[in-house]
Design a protein around this ligand. Structure first.
Ligand SMILES: [Zn+2]
Length: 233
């Protein structure tokens, strides 16, 4: 099926899909791995304990992201394919009814009935399925759902995010591991939030504050848990 043209104003919105996925993946990688590292380090573990926990967290998180993304994108694609198959059958079995249906959609949008009917006829003469998919089902680009690519991209973005706090574990002295990993991770999060907001055309300050706040909360929480269990056991 052909890729439909979009009007220029919708370009930013079109970019939001993959951008959002990429930023979310990297965010997840930073927050979950940094929290894990800080939690284990706060329990007074050695550097190698912390590294093992961090690497395990990276692998587990990347696999989980890939699985989640694969399932979500596949089921979306299955739904779209089923809708399109049903529409194709309806177009074949009752073209007259389908013409009325499409014309009615344009009437509802404010087009006069005779013109709406003419528009529907001409669109259906060119590519009936594309016209119905777009204006009746709201599917404007069926070729975008690629589960394997989405899964690999999510896992890769998560791993890139997770690598940042892990790198900090390697380069910082053991006794200042918690503040250095926390501070650097919050800085990475803020930077990522700003990049995401800039590319998506959103408010940069608001996006940065939002992502940094949640990161700080996660770090505080796991540091508290780590300290609690570290002293108990
Ligand atoms: Zn239809």
């Amino acid at each position: 099926m052909s890729r439909l043209r979009q009007d220029p104003e919708s370009h930013l919105v079109g970019r939001i899909g993959w951008l959002r996925a990429a930023v979310l993946g990297a965010n997840d990688g930073i927050i979950s791995t940094a929290s894990l590292i800080v939690g284990v380090a706060a329990a007074a573990a050695t550097r190698s304990d912390v590294l093992i926990a961090g690497v395990a967290g990276l692998v587990a998180g990347a696999m989980s992201m890939a699985a989640g993304e694969y399932v979500s994108v596949s089921s979306q694609s299955d739904t779209e394919q089923a809708d399109l198959a049903r529409e194709r059958k309806e177009l074949r079995d009752s073209p007259g009814f389908e013409l009325d249906e499409l014309a009615e959609i344009y009437v509802q949008s404010g087009v006069e009935r005779p013109l709406a009917r003419q528009v529907a006829q001409q669109l259906m003469a060119k590519d009936a399925l594309t016209a119905h998919a777009r204006d009746e089902l709201g599917i404007s680009d069926v070729t975008t759902a690629r589960p394997i690519q989405a899964a690999l991209a999510s896992a890769a973005m998560f791993s890139i995010g997770a690598a940042m706090p892990l790198l900090m574990v390697v380069v910082s002295p053991v006794n200042t591991l918690v503040p250095i990993v926390s501070g650097a991770s919050l800085a990475f999060l803020a930077l990522l939030g700003a990049i995401g907001a800039k590319a998506g055309g959103a408010n940069i300050l608001r996006a940065t504050i939002r992502v940094t706040f949640w990161g700080a909360l996660a770090l505080l929480f796991t540091a508290g848990v780590g300290r609690l269990f570290g002293t108990v056991i």
